[in-house]
Design a protein around this ligand. Structure first.
Ligand code: C2O
Ligand code: CU
Length: 494
């Protein structure tokens, strides 16, 4: 990771000219927030829910006078929202119409290693890869994106990513106290940033030590977006899909009611002022608006990890607008969520106590482009996890830059950060966690139950330039007493 952060000094985010596709409202300067379509699925005779995704090249108009070449699943940019239920069998057929190898990884999903879609499951141009698994986790907002070793950052940057909602028996039906009408009061908010060249193409050269930092914010692919709420309460499922940038999300003029974190709903909703989201992290919040009210969801300047200099860390000295939310004066209806929740018993998800006595303790240290002093090696198994083991991981970022850590096929709860209790927004189920320089993050990890001694899962920094540079390691899940390896994968065989 070569530091070129000096080049970021004084670099400011700009408001860009916006698309004029007829969707503009609010003084003509904003566009209606695009909502990714729900993926169509067929259900097999045996009940398996089948999705088809095609990674393809397209053209998207982000700026008013130019087209941008973009990549997307089943469209020009981004991807449809997949949705499945706990206990359901799922099959996704992913076709690669790009001219290079890609993969499709289901971030946050517990599943067999051969379905994980990491670097050991390449999809060659023109080929279709099939992933099959049974959903064995409760309601959560997960996502999917490419994970080819060495090219993950550019594949995601060019536009390949989408959401994957998991429902369970308590969610998505009439009995669910949470707003759950997709695109109406249950809204995907996929936040990312891009830099453009004068001809409208994505600038893939604007690199910092963190990775590519763009000067234009996209939400679901929309520049300067606005969303018109038709109800008193709107649930926002916010994903930081940026390859490098961290956001500190706040509602200007209001608080956020936290209802979910990366890997599940929280036990009890709590009001929070601002939420830090490093790349790959998600949060679910409820926002309340009075009739006639407009509020801005924005990102505050922050100093995370980068030498304490605000603009170097966040690329901005001023708050960044993410999404304008407004409710027409004529809209009727009162907030109902907290009343519905109270009558449903007051909790959204099971409480998760820290482990009394973990079965296994593991140490993860992070250095410049390395984990535990080693760069990623596709042929090396770094850790061996026994199925069902309750593990405590001690993660220490020994580098001076900000990093984070994501673990595949797992969810975890944070026990402590630098010896202190985690903030409210870090107390629920997680699969990705910010790793501040020089501090230790302690987590209790719960892995999926599929075993395969020959095929690894990944854990890595989710700042994708760092991941591509080798800040990634591999683990297998084995049965008790089973030996791990050698790795048998199409990638390490040739
Ligand atoms: Cu979202 Cu291993 O990645
Ligand atoms: Cu990193």
């Amino acid at each position: 990771i070569t530091a070129t952060i000096a080049g970021l000094g004084g670099w400011r985010l700009q408001q860009r000219p916006i698309r004029t596709d007829g969707g503009a409202v609010s003084g003509g300067s904003r566009s209606t927030l695009q909502i990714p379509p729900l993926a169509e699925a067929t259900v097999d005779a045996d009940g398996t829910r089948v999705f088809e995704l095609t990674a393809q090249v397209g053209s998207t108009q982000f700026l008013y006078d130019t087209q941008t070449t973009t990549w997307g699943y089943n469209g020009a940019f981004g991807g449809p929202t997949l949705r499945a239920r706990e206990g359901e069998s799922v099959r996704v057929e992913v076709t690669n119409e790009l001219n290079e190898v890609t993969t499709a990884h289901w971030h946050g999903m517990k599943l067999p290693a051969k379905a994980d879609g990491g670097p050991h499951q390449p999809i060659h141009p023109g080929e279709t890869w099939t992933a099959e698994w049974t959903v064995e986790q409760p309601a959560a907002t997960l996502w999917y994106h490419p994970h080819n070793h060495g090219t993950t950052e550019v594949h995601v940057y060019r536009g390949l990513s989408g959401l994957f909602f998991i429902d369970d028996e308590a969610t998505g039906t009439d009995r669910d106290p949470l707003p759950h009408d997709y695109g109406v009061d249950d809204i995907p908010v996929v936040v990312s940033d891009r830099a453009f060249l004068p001809d409208g193409s994505f600038d893939e050269t604007h690199r910092s030590a963190a990775g590519m930092l763009g000067d234009t914010i996209l939400v679901n692919g929309t520049v300067n977006p606005t969303f018109e709420a038709t109800r008193a309460e709107t649930r926002l499922r916010i994903l930081n899909a940026s390859t490098a940038r961290t956001y500190r999300v706040q509602l200007d003029g209001g608080s956020l009611l936290l209802v979910g974190t990366d890997a599940g709903l929280v036990p009890e909703p709590k009001r929070v002022d601002a939420i830090t989201l490093t790349p790959g992290e998600r949060v679910e919040v409820i926002v309340q608006l009075e009739p006639g009210e407009t509020k801005m969801l924005r990102s505050l300047p922050h100093t995370l990890g980068l030498l304490g200099t605000t603009e170097r860390a966040s690329g901005t000295r001023d708050p960044l607008d993410l999404l304008e939310l407004s409710r027409p004066a004529t809209s009727t209806g009162e907030p109902v969520f907290e009343t519905l929740l109270a009558s449903a018993g007051g909790t959204l998800a099971a409480v998760i106590p820290p482990l009394d006595e973990p079965d296994e303790r593991r140490t993860v240290t992070m250095q410049d482009a390395k984990i535990n002093h080693r760069r990623m090696n596709m042929s090396r198994i770094d850790e061996v996890v026994t199925v069902g083991a309750r593990e405590r991981w001690f993660i220490t970022n020994e580098h001076f830059l900000a990093h984070n850590l994501h673990i595949h096929n797992a969810r975890f709860r944070i026990v402590s950060i630098g010896g202190s209790k985690p903030a409210i927004e870090l107390q629920g189920w997680k699969d990705t966690v910010y790793a501040p320089p020089s501090r230790t993050v302690v987590i209790d990890v719960e892995f999926g139950t599929a075993t395969d001694p020959h095929l690894p899962y990944m854990f890595h920094c989710h700042m994708l330039q760092h991941e591509d540079q080798g800040m990634m390691a591999q683990f297998v899940v084995v049965n008790p007493g089973e030996a791990a390896g050698p790795i048998i994968s199409p990638v390490t065989q040739d």
